[in-house]
Write a protein that binds this ligand. Sequence first.
Ligand code: ZN
Length: 293
Amino acid sequence: MRAYTTAHLAFDLPEGHPFPLYKYGGVAEALKGLLPILPAPEVPREALFMAHDPVYLERLFGEGLSRQEVLRLGLPFSPGLLRRALHAAGGTVAAAEDALTLGLGLNLAGGTHHAFPDRAEGYSLFNDVAVAVAWLRARGFVGRVLVVDLDAHQGNGTAVFFQNDPSVFTLSLHGERNYPLKKEQSDLDVGLPDGTEDTLYLRALEEALERAQAFRPALVFYNAGVDVLRGDRFGRLALSLEGVRQRDRAVFRWVRRLGAPLVVVMGGGYNRDPRLTVAAHAETYRLALSSLA
Ligand SMILES: [Zn+2]
């Protein structure tokens, strides 16, 4: 087992910007010694073109994003940002290949589920999961794919990527009043009220997994965003750290029973206490290893 990191790839952010660049290094550091942590490879350019609109990609690699697009992305566009996004998506592609060969693939980045086929949004330039699925398809993988998106925000981009693809089931469990204001339609959306705590959350998760079970996926992607924690700057749910542990355990137990390979991507996490964000993310990967490796 191994994990991929983008911790070595920083980019310029204005002072006080809420993007949590610190967490990528923090999580890699916290997992040191548990498994090999490799620099995420750059995503194959052709994989991007299999998933995303070529006009969008040409613009990204050429003139860059317009001011309006930058506003929607929420990050200043720079060569460093693009480079890091290429490796974050590459980490998910590599982790997906690991999942098919080793049973478990881990990317200590990715989960950029707000990227649409033809546009960037919400810190997401590339939809790494959609890119990885397109890549595996091109390499001959025909099995059904389930995306379990437990980030506090709806996986709106992912929903659109796969809305006409019956071979991919998208499940999003999120805060109903959280960004994005306008939700897209996943195969299964569960919108939770503000302030949802552990018990209600875990019950909703159990029901959702039960419904997804009928799809009988041959591969599962798990967006393990920890912005479900109480005290998140952008999330409106209120899970405890123990609640997040139970969430992850529930997913890993369910995947093990299913017998399907799993890819874990990081997703969001913007807690007012940065140590909590790092601790929660690191714990997800530790639990994945102890439950599935
Ligand atoms: Zn999120």
